[in-house]
Design a protein around this ligand. Structure first.
Ligand code: SAM
Length: 431
């Protein structure tokens, strides 16, 4: 221990004496000191246990642990960034200092602290909402020791949290409206073709509903909607919006969603800008009332004959509509997904799909099909595409025709890069 103290204090003393008689100002000394401390911290990051491997990557246990560790995990990342900066030569460090790089790292730490008001809030809502699941989870001490020794922190959990933070922007902020309207409008147009009087008797299922804005907007058209989402990262974040003790007013919260990725950034103002949310406060419908219902779990386990308990429309024949947005390509087995959509629909029911084919399941996708192959399977499982496969049938309204929709997904509109999906839109009927 005394060796460690000497090893730490000696350079610090030398640095202090050097600074006393050097051209560096006090700010620069403070910044170098912080950077040196962070070098020390980075070697201790293993203290934060990760339970992701033993509890399923999208489980309540894993995600609530991840949310409550967001701040610590992210600050470790800042420590690594400081360590990288500190590893450059003295002259380059000075230039870095002059352009404000260490201050930028300090600012990132501040924003992590501000973001953690949200992530801690989500963790506390999850603790209340899922107390049963959390108390029944048995965390083995041997696992904690193992992860600490292993120096292992699941990097995916941090990126899942950051994905949820970006979804607050895409789904529930004014800033996300332009991205939302491009992908929601084709879907809402199809659902708007039914008269308002019949809508409340129609059941719509939105599998893989994410942060549920689309499902909410469909419910605002007057439909009875069941949003089904598997990931507790998403469900916890959505419950943060639903909780009346946490979310009381429109635009109450502020998130800094772009602060974590420093590539393609024009300036620090853009990088560190805050986005306020929510633009509206969602609410779930009461049992037996038409509106938005949430089913937290795997849509592959849903049964058309057993409607979600809280759903208002007691119809054992299945759903009138299934709406999938950026969803089908998350399937482990796309054929199974398409069969399930078919099974869950009433005879003559309608499936509306919009999305790309980014085969990126957390488990490896068993089949990675082309669009043509997907459409072959769509027909093989018992659907017919409205307006023909190539969208050429002029006897159907434009809004029902198959077409390509260039769009983005949780993008940063001020970044120096764009990722444009040429997403496919189609409407299909269960034959
Ligand atoms: C790419 S995201 C799209 C989310 C949402 N549709 C949107 O556009 O914002 C796909 C979502 O599907 C969810 N998901 C994947 N497989 C699922 C399943 N079998 N049951 C329910 N949700 C699932 C994932 O957790 C993820 O939130």
């Amino acid at each position: 221990m005394s060796d460690v103290l000497v090893a730490c204090l000696l350079p610090a003393m030398l640095l202090y004496l050097g600074v006393r008689f050097s051209v560096f100002d006090r700010d620069m000394f403070r910044s170098i000191w912080l950077n040196s401390i962070s070098l020390f911290n980075v070697t201790h990051r293993s203290k934060i246990p990760s339970f992701a491997s033993s509890h399923g990557p999208f489980s309540v246990q894993t995600s609530s642990t991840a949310y409550s560790n967001y701040s610590a995990l992210s600050l470790n990342e800042v420590s690594r960034m400081r360590a990288s900066y500190m590893s450059v030569g003295r002259t380059h460090k000075r230039i870095g200092y002059e352009i404000g790089y260490p201050k930028k790292l300090d600012k990132l730490s501040e924003l992590i602290h501000l973001n953690s008001k949200i992530t801690d809030g989500i963790a506390s809502v999850m603790t209340r909402t899922y107390s049963q699941e959390l108390s029944s989870s048995s965390i083995l001490w041997s696992e904690i020791r193992h992860t600490a020794i292993d120096n292992h922190v699941d990097p995916a959990s941090l990126s899942r949290i950051r994905e949820s933070l970006k979804h607050f922007v895409r789904d529930w902020s004014d800033a996300g409206l332009s991205e939302r309207s491009i992908i929601f409008e084709p879907i809402l147009s199809v659902l708007s073709t039914l008269s308002t009087t019949v809508r409340s008797q129609k059941r719509v299922l939105v599998p893989g509903s994410g942060l549920n804005r689309l499902a909410y907007d469909i419910s605002q058209l007057g439909y009875d909607v069941t949003a089904c989402e598997l990931s507790a990262y998403m469900n916890g974040a959505f419950r943060f919006l639903l909780d009346p003790e946490i979310t009381k007013t429109v635009n109450q919260h502020e998130v800094f969603p772009y602060a974590h990725w420093w590539s393609h950034s024009r300036n620090t103002t853009d990088l560190f800008r805050g986005i306020r949310f929510p633009d509206v406060i969602p609410q779930l419908a009461d049992n037996d009332t038409t509106g938005l219902h949430l089913m937290e779990g795997d849509f592959l386990t849903l049964d058309a004959k057993t409607p979600v308990a809280s759903s208002a429309v007691r119809n054992t024949e299945g759903y009138d509509f299934v709406v999938t947005l950026f969803f089908i390509d998350t399937s482990v087995n796309i054929i199974q997904t398409l069969e399930q959509i078919h099974r869950l629909l009433k005879p003559g029911g309608t499936w509306v799909n919009l999305g790309p084919l980014l085969w990126c399941s957390s488990a490896q996708a068993r089949l990675e099909l082309t669009l043509e192959e997907v459409l072959d399977v769509v027909e093989a499982v018992g659907f017919s595409i409205v307006g023909k496969r190539d969208g050429s049938d002029n006897s159907v309204p434009e809004c029902l025709k198959r077409r390509t929709i260039p769009c983005e997904y949780t993008h940063d509109d001020r970044a120096m890069m764009r990722w444009i999906y040429e997403a496919e839109f189609w409407v299909a009927r269960k034959t």
